[in-house]
Design a protein around this ligand. Structure first.
Ligand code: AMP
Length: 228
């Protein structure tokens, strides 16, 4: 892929549709950080940072963290140097309030979004996948363990870190998270859908298919940009 100036990318879509998986795959290729608000929050709980109790309360129930708290977190993260040429936001925005705030923040910096990938997978597939999901606690790589049981011997192929499961990847919490998505997050799809940067990506098939489609979209935009 040719060097493009900026990659300010949003991954939106239901929990478990693969936002993190696709962002991780693109991270090395595009050279911009993958920012998962869910991972940031889980780290805050694991470190027992200030406010961790409140965060844990919402995470364990599959509920959203209040907008004001999320907005502070994202403002701070987007002010860091490594986001200068872009970022891949995975899990933010999740409400209309957050989406409008992000527009305002980018506007105030004279910036805009380059790509908005709305990824989707049928809900029964999402639940099945998430129940089999584990991730490396060191580098965040996501694994589909199929029917194997997670055991302490399982280590990450990339970095040797320990594979762990998320506390909220349980059937009851997952279905609830999908309801929360329908009610609170789905409206942002409409909010963004008329923009030229918006693209629907089906992620119910092999990862290479969805990934290939994203890369095609990025390359086509770059070709257009180069000829402009
Ligand atoms: P994820 O890893 O993106 O599935 O997020 C896991 C959990 O973190 C969600 O179920 C929410 O409780 C919380 N969370 C992550 N991002 C946000 C956000 N933008 N707004 C509110 N809560 C969030």
């Amino acid at each position: 892929m040719t060097a493009r100036r900026t990659y300010r990318i949003l991954f939106i879509g239901p929990p478990g549709a693969g936002k993190g998986t696709y962002a991780k795959h693109l991270e090395g290729r595009l050279g911009v950080p993958h920012i998962s608000t869910g991972t940031m929050l889980r780290r805050c709980v694991a470190k027992d940072a200030p406010g961790a109790e409140k965060v844990r309360y919402h995470l364990d129930r599959g509920e959203l963290i209040p907008d004001n708290m999320m907005i502070e977190i994202i403002k701070r993260r987007l002010s860091e140097e490594d986001t200068k040429n872009g970022f891949m936001l995975d899990g933010f925005p999740r409400t209309l309030v957050q989406a409008k705030m992000l527009d305002g923040l980018l506007d105030s910096m004279g910036l805009g979004l380059d790509y908005i990938f709305n990824i989707w997978t049928p809900y029964n597939k999402i639940v099945q996948r998430a129940l089999n999901r584990a991730h490396c606690e060191a580098c965040g790589r996501i694994y589909n363990l199929k029917n194997e049981d997670i055991s302490p011997e399982l280590l990450c192929d990339t970095c040797g870190g320990k594979l762990v499961r998320r506390g909220d990847d349980r059937a009851e919490t997952l279905w609830h998270r999908l309801e929360v998505y329908d009610e609170k997050t789905r409206p942002i799809v409409e909010f963004y859908s008329e923009r030229p940067q918006f693209h629907e990506i089906y992620t119910g098939g092999p990862v290479e298919d969805g990934l290939g489609k994203m890369i095609d979209i990025i390359e086509a935009a770059e070709r257009e940009h180069d000829c402009a």
